[in-house]
Design a protein around this ligand. Structure first.
Ligand code: ADP
Ligand code: ADP
Length: 229
């Protein structure tokens, strides 16, 4: 389950300025497809359409053969996990932040998700800048640690489909590699759409699609695209 399919999708925020000009691709169940391309190519717009924040002007988006136009946004949010570019933390413990939206999860499940994302040592800590008790200091989380919180939240949620939006772009290269390992673990066995600027961050994708000004200009595996120059 979890096949995502875009069929000749066209979209414009402003009718005079087409953003997606006939985009078709399929992410087979459990596979990882990366969408790579310059800023403004329309990559994030694809993910917004998948969540039904907007409707395509024409074409269809299907999940397991069902047109998402007939699926409620709430159900899409349950089926699709998102690890965004930067994670905004709520005014509560890291554990609460991991649990957010998964209120039925047990304490043990939260801890296990935190362990897998390697953020377990902070589960009871409060992030810096929030209402920490008098005399206590909040914890200053690095960009990579915040991303681990988002990863733990996604592990806990366990959706069949994942969208990773330039998930490591704000990190130094060492942290990036570590986070990449964590993301690879989360995406294993899930249908994953990675949105990225650079080819170097999507080495493990089953297929890489290069989007430029709203059209697919290349597709292939990592080595194939490198050979193209
Ligand atoms: P990418 O993710 O590849 O950088 P986006 O999908 O974010 O590209 O944006 C594609 C184009 O759509 C850009 O030119 C951007 O300025 C424009 N755009 C994005 N969001 C909106 C919006 N809400 N209203 C109007 N134009 C938008
Ligand atoms: P942006 O380019 O501003 O990051 P995106 O279109 O990539 O916007 O993502 C849509 C926004 O909505 C993101 O900020 C993301 O955090 C949020 N979002 C949408 N759906 C979900 C979801 N199911 N789970 C978590 N966050 C979601």
């Amino acid at each position: 389950a979890g096949v995502v399919r875009f069929e000749d999708v066209r979209f414009a925020y402003d009718p005079a300025r087409p953003i997606l000009r006939g985009v078709s691709f399929e992410v087979p169940a459990g596979r990882t497809i990366a969408i790579v391309g310059p800023s403004g190519a329309g990559k994030s717009t694809l993910s917004r359409l998948l969540f039904r924040f907007y409707e395509p002007q024409s074409g269809r988006i299907l999940i397991d053969g069902q047109d998402i136009a007939a699926v409620e946004q709430g159900s899409l949010r349950a089926a699709i996990g998102m690890v965004p570019q930067d994670t905004v933390l709520f005014n509560d413990t890291i554990g609460y932040n991991i649990r957010y939206g998964q209120w039925d999860a047990s304490e043990a499940q939260v801890r296990e998700a935190a362990r897998l994302a390697q953020i377990d040592r902070f589960v009871s800590a409060l992030p810096e800048g929030y209402d920490t008790p008098v005399g206590e200091r909040g914890l200053k989380l690095s960009g990579g640690e915040k991303q681990r919180v988002a990863i733990a939240r996604t592990i806990l949620k366990g959706p069949p489909i994942l969208v990773l939006d330039e998930a490591t772009s704000a990190l130094d290269s060492f942290t990036e590699r570590e986070i990449q390992d964590a993301l690879d673990k989360v995406s294993r066995g899930r249908t994953t759409l990675v949105i990225a600027h650079r080819l170097s961050t999507v080495v493990n994708a089953d297929e890489i699609i290069v989007l430029d000004r709203g059209v697919i200009v290349e597709r292939g595996d990592h080595q194939g695209l490198l050979d193209l120059g």
